[in-house]
Design a protein around this ligand. Sequence first.
Ligand code: C2E
Ligand code: MG
Ligand code: MG
Ligand code: MG
Length: 282
Amino acid sequence: AAKANGRNCLKVFDPEDPQHGDESENIAAILRIALEQRLVSLVYQPIRNVQTGALDGAEALMRMKMPDGTSIMPGTFIPVAERTGAIIELGRWAIRTVCKEMLATNKVKVASVNVSPSELKMPGFSTYVAATLAEYGLVGTRLAFEITEGVELDVDTDVVRCISELKRLGVQIWLDDFGTGFAGLSWLRMIEFDTVKIDRSFLHDCETERGRRMMRDIISLLRHRGLRILVEGVETAEQGTLMHRYGIDQIQGYHVGRPEPARRFGNLGWLPSPAAAGLSSA
Ligand code: C2E
Ligand code: MG
Ligand code: MG
Ligand code: MG
């Protein structure tokens, strides 16, 4: 049975387990078949501008459908894909799909894709990105990569080089889940991020004065560094209003927009109005 605490938790991947290698290969093969049979798809969560309420962009989130119709969430299969190496193929598929179904069709101005450390370390990553952008006639500034603080990433010379190659293409680099790991502050010294996404746990803490003071301190730190600030996990109109008051640039969350398939971005009738999102004083 799997342990209950999130990432890297499946017992089948215990490296001490003699069957570990076989299991990993099986799951890598399953992921590859899922990709070929179009059981993998992307949904996109809106990113709203706090001051204008406008749709600034969207974040691509992966979904995997099982043959019986049930969905598997990325928290379950991404760690598996990372361990087996299948993430490289999945990641390339995601980048290409975002360019094709969201950017080339002008459904949003900017779309972000989550990337895993192994993708950034893979030689040829930026070359793949450049070729894909060129294939769809897109400028790099419309694409962003989110690097989560929640994973172990050794920011070595390979990673720094990869990121500077991406930045030379104009591609944006965002820091995801800021405040959840230990590396965030040191990454801010080493990597020129465009946007920092403050983890939703800090927003939930805003119910207390102590939590609100923490949020204001984080905002002031990021502001002094000239970074664009996005807050994740906005679930109520009150939280939207508070973020407006704090001068946050962008928000994301179930209350301001659920993740939806690309086709739903053709007509935004389903997107809550700025007022409903708590941004009425904008
Ligand atoms: P993330 O990048 O931090 O994405 C935000 C997660 O929070 C998403 O879960 C989203 O559905 C959820 N969320 C959004 N708004 C709210 C809210 O208001 N309240 C709550 N409680 N949750 C909210 P999801 O889709 O299950 O993704 C989980 C994680 O899996 C992502 O976290 C990301 O790190 C990873 N992931 C997803 N797609 C990909 C991918 O294509 N590649 C890689 N490498 N990782 C991915
Ligand atoms: Mg993300
Ligand atoms: Mg996030
Ligand atoms: Mg998060």
